[in-house]
Design a protein around this ligand. Sequence first.
Ligand code: BTN
Length: 235
Amino acid sequence: MGAALGLPRVHLRRTDSTNDRAREFALTGAPHGTLVTAAAQSAGRGRQGRHWSAPPGSSLLMSLVLRWPASDRSPTLLPLVAAVAVCDAVGPDARIKWPNDILLGDGKLAGILVEGRPQQGWAVLGIGVNVAVRTEELPAPLRALAATLGQGRETIEPFLAELLAALTRRLEEPRDRVLDAWRERDALRGREIAWAGGRGSADGVDAEGHLLVELPDGAQIALAAGEVHLESYNL
Ligand code: BTN
């Protein structure tokens, strides 16, 4: 994944989902690093079928086409690598709720959605960051859950430049270094969590990015992001 990120770039005033546009570009051969940004999305998507809501012009809404050689393993840690890069761009107060929700204080500042065709050597990395969102403009149910950098709209582009630089660095780094950086930002470690299959105490991530959980009986299990939805957690 060596080449620069962010070129070519397409910026749209409005689209359904930047991930959908980037996916179309990927399917027609767009190179590694192709970037789609938008000022507004009508059908922004989150993980596990959720909607991603952002008042027009207030957020960084971006999707990158990433490719890797057929000889390489697919980058299974990509969602975690991206989370670390977003934290780098945000600053020391950003934390990660496994696998890749970015928190500031108790609120969600940014979300990451990785889609694509790993077997064919490409993925779309979608990221939404509340750079200039005023939380009172969000739908009522989200207001108490969201965080914002609270900056002016003119800072969205400089933030994008920081984030692309951070992503470039982190994608080149050895897995262990990125995982260590992820662990330093871990918002859940030592916290009680619950999911459909049980409850326990979050105990960091393993080398594959699975969430380690200590069960009430003292046993440890590893949860995979695609299979588990955390129902509750105490920050
Ligand atoms: C999540 O937290 O569940 C992931 C949210 C990802 C949102 C971003 S916004 C840009 C890109 N386009 C989308 O439709 N989703 C991602």
